[in-house]
Design a protein. Sequence first.
Length: 121
Amino acid sequence: MALAPTASVGVGVAMLGIVYGIYDQTLPEVTDIRVQEAGDRDLSAAEKTARWASAAIVTGVALIAMDATVFIIGATGVVIFSWMHRHANCYDPQLGAASSPSSRQLVHNAGNITPGYTPGG
């Protein structure tokens, strides 16, 4: 039996609070992440831990409550907080923008290839 509409929204908002609390306790502030070097592996691992813990709690409560609204609100919070922290970890303060390390490195290192270089040889 699903929750009443007002109760399901209330539980969903409570899930947002729990997700926020997990990300708040697991990771540094987004502004602190943005001023560090882009692509920090420790931050990526901590974000992954926060994401899985949040997703497990949201899914568990939604299954116990048997209410999709709880899951939708909670999962939306997980996606938003995960994106915010991942984007901040991709931000390069020297470039002043978020960058994909692999594509930027390929473009910048293309001029450093010595003549006669053959891949795998």
